[in-house]
Structure formats: structure tokens, C-alpha cells
Design a binder for this molecule. Structure first.
Ligand SMILES: Nc1ncnc2c1ncn2[C@@H]1O[C@H](COP(=O)(O)OP(=O)(O)OP(=O)(O)O)[C@@H](O)[C@H]1O
Ligand SMILES: [Mg+2]
Length: 374
């Protein structure tokens, strides 16, 4: 998959600009606060349906303007013609999304058509940071690949929020109501856990290969999805779902008084985690800072490999500021690993790309929300 170009109108500090990309390495370089990350944020919006910086849509509209507009043109490997995705983000009212000029019903319909893997400095804490980061890694990767996953997750989150609101009200009420919540959460939760578990066991092999290439194969990483929902033996997917559902249902109906005292739902896939191990020891606690970063890097590269396995082609790799966070050896490794794929990188340091490790590199100088003519 190739992102050919993106056009902006009143988006953040970009008043009007079109940026065209080559199908190899593209480097958005320039001083701080010129708009490099804004451009990546715009591209990634079409992969995820929202900002990777957690920003609300209104914040993406250029100060003083009423609406931001984005238009992305991309080409699938198998397709003859490019596809255009557009987004109008108004100050008031709902956003409008279009594909090939036809209006889409919402983000759900857009996600999955344009695929990208984003890698930013936050991801370097994927191994050492909190579990929310690892769950989010899974959720974002799986949502782009399987629309049904996104459906289950959205419904789960909605029902969880309702149940939490009921818990916070402090009223125990009728047991039948709690059972309805428990049944729904258990059913959706078991489906999500089973999908995450299957994804992890496939991802693990890619991570191991990539990590071996990076470190000359001295240690073997293991990645195991850890869920209160899953039975010990996770080899049978159908079994995981039914056993998981019953386990979750029992946990959710058996602890309501405690949850009301605590003020939140204590059991479910919103508490799950990935155990990342090196030589059978938890990497979070035992691995060095450098090893943790290499593992995180390997997980992100593996996310791209998984997208290829499932979707048939590589996604676009978006690297926001990560290269400056890595040492020379890892920087070269990442560029070497991504040869032959499209990458769009932001960097304050154009010199990184003089290494010869990358194919033809397109340098794009960003200044004050515009691309300077080269
Ligand atoms: N809604 C907005 N309207 C106008 N300008 C905005 C808006 N949102 C952010 N900006 C500005 O965009 C500028 C560029 O931000 P961006 O994060 O893209 O910089 P950058 O080139 O990636 O810098 P760095 O190298 O520091 O990461 C910032 O100065 C910010 O004030
Ligand atoms: Mg930036």
C-alpha cells in the first residue's frame, strides 16, 4: 500500500498544502514546531479515524477557522486506480468522511481501507510501560485488520461505561440487571480475548525473528497474552470463547458488592496484559533499557508483518521522531528492515539519511506549515 499524497486545508498550522510521497523513504525534516508531526497525524487519521495524539477533532482545526479538510490519495498494490479518502472536520457538528467521493456512514466504514503502522517515541515504552499501552497496541492493530474486532471492542467499551456508571451510583438494585451486563460483557470479552490471544501467538514468531536479526539471536523473546478470561489451554479457539465467557460471567456476577465499594468493574479484558519475556524472565522487570527498546521496535515491525500476512500487502510505516531516540545501530536496523516498503519519517536531523542504508530518499523540508520547494 502506498500513500501517494495528502492535501490539507486549515489543518493545524497548515493553511493549504499538498504533500506528495515516493514509494520508498520519505523524510519530513525541519526545525521544531514547523508541522512535521501534523502531517503524519493527518495521514494516520485515515488509518485510525482519529488523532494519534489523543487530540479532539476541534483541536485539529487551524486556529480561528471553522473547518479543517483533509484528503488522502493511496494506492493498493493490487488495484489499478488510486483511492481517495476525505475528511471534513467542522468546528460544530459531526465530521464527514468520504471514499471516492461517496459519503461514508462513519469511522467504522473507513477503517481498514488505508492501513498504516505508526511508531512514535511513546511506543518505545511498550515493554517497560503500563498495561494500557500494550492493550492499545493490540486494539489498534486488530481494529485495522478485523472490522468485527472493532465492533466487539466498541460495544464492550460502551457497555462497560454503562456498568461503571451503575456501580458509581452505589445502588445494588436488581440482580437481573447485573446479570444482563455480565452476560453481554462476558460474551464480547471472550471474543476479544480470543482474538487478541490468536494475534499474539502469531505476532510472537515475527517478533522473535526480528529481534534475533537485531541482536544476533542471543535471546529468545516470548509474548503471551494474559487474560483473566482465558483458560490455561488456549489451543482451541472455540473452546477459548465458551470457557472464557463462563469464567468472565462468573467473575462479573460474583463480585458486585466489592465492585460497588471500589467504584469500578474489576474483571474483564480491560484489565488484560501481554507478558513479554526474555529468557523466560519478565522483560519489564529484568531486561535492560536497550533490550526493552529493541523488543518494542521488533513488536512494531512485526505489526507490519502481521498486516501483510492478513491483508496481503504491507501497510505504510509512519515514524514520528523515533529515529532520534535510537542509537545508530538500531536506526540502521530499522531502515534496513523497511527497505522496499513505504516509510514516512519525521526528523529534525536530515543527516541520518545519508547512511546509504535506505533506497532513494525523498527529502521534504517542512517550514511553518508548508513544504519548501527543493
Ligand atoms: N489548531 C492549530 N492551529 C494552528 N496551529 C496549530 C494548531 N495545533 C497545533 N498548531 C501548531 O503546529 C505547530 C507544529 O506542530 P508539530 O507538532 O507538527 O511540529 P513538529 O514540526 O513535529 O515539531 P517537533 O520537531 O518539535 O516535533 C506548533 O507550533 C503548534 O503550535
Ligand atoms: Mg513532531
Amino acid at each position: 500500500m502506498i500513500c501517494s499524497s495528502i492535501s490539507f486545508c486549515n489543518y493545524r498550522n497548515i493553511s493549504l498544502e499538498t504533500v506528495s510521497f515516493s514509494d520508498g523513504v520519505n523524510v519530513l525534516f525541519g526545525d521544531n514546531a514547523q508541522g512535521k508531526s501534523n502531517i503524519l497525524e493527518g495521514i494516520y487519521f485515515f488509518a485510525r479515524g482519529r488523532s494519534f495524539r489523543g487530540a479532539r477533532e476541534r483541536e485539529m482545526i487551524r486556529f480561528g477557522e471553522k473547518q479543517a479538510q483533509l484528503s488522502l490519495s493511496f494506492q493498493k498494490d493490487s488495484a489499478q486506480y488510486p483511492v481517495t479518502l476525505e475528511a471534513d472536520l467542522p468546528h460544530t457538528g459531526k465530521k464527514v468522511l468520504r471514499r471516492g467521493g461517496a459519503r461514508l456512514s462513519g469511522v467504522r466504514e473507513m477503517i481498514g481501507s488505508f492501513r498504516a503502522v505508526l511508531f512514535c517515541p511513546l511506543h518505545l515504552s511498550l515493554v517497560g510501560g503500563g498495561p494500557a499501552l500494550r492493550r492499545s497496541f493490540l486494539d489498534i492493530a486488530l481494529s485495522q485488520l478485523y472490522p468485527a474486532y472493532l465492533d466487539s471492542l466498541s460495544r464492550y467499551n460502551r457497555i462497560l461505561a454503562q456498568r461503571n456508571a451503575l456501580i458509581k451510583s452505589g445502588v445494588m438494585g436488581d440482580m437481573a440487571v447485573w446479570e444482563v451486563y455480565a452476560r453481554q460483557l462476558a460474551h464480547l470479552g471472550a471474543d476479544i480475548a480470543a482474538r487478541r490471544c490468536a494475534y499474539m501467538s502469531k505476532l510472537e514468531k515475527y517478533v522473535a525473528d526480528i529481534f534475533a536479526g537485531m541482536t544476533e539471536g542471543r535471546e529468545a523473546p516470548r509474548l503471551i497474552y494474559q487474560s483473566g478470561a482465558l483458560p490455561e489451554d488456549t489451543s482451541d479457539a472455540a473452546d477459548i470463547r465458551s470457557a472464557g465467557e463462563e469464567r468472565l460471567f462468573a467473575a462479573l456476577t460474583g463480585s458486585i458488592e466489592r465492585e460497588v465499594r471500589y467504584g469500578a468493574t474489576l474483571y474483564g479484558i480491560h484489565k488484560d496484559d501481554i507478558s513479554i519475556r526474555l529468557n523466560e524472565r519478565e522483560a519489564r522487570s529484568y531486561a535492560s533499557q536497550g533490550q526493552q527498546r529493541s523488543l518494542a521496535l521488533a513488536m512494531k515491525l512485526a505489526e507490519g508483518e502481521m498486516a501483510k500476512t492478513v491483508g496481503g500487502e504491507y501497510p505504510v510505516f509512519l515514524l514520528d521522531d523515533v529515529l532520534s531516540e535510537l542509537d545508530g545501530q538500531r536506526r540502521e536496523f530499522i531502515l534496513r528492515s523497511l527497505t522496499g516498503r513505504q516509510i514516512i519519517v519525521t526528523s529534525c536531523e536530515p543527516a541520518y539519511f545519508d547512511t546509504g542504508a535506505a533506497d532513494a530518499v525523498r527529502m521534504l523540508h517542512v517550514q511553518d506549515g508548508a513544504i519548501l520547494p527543493s
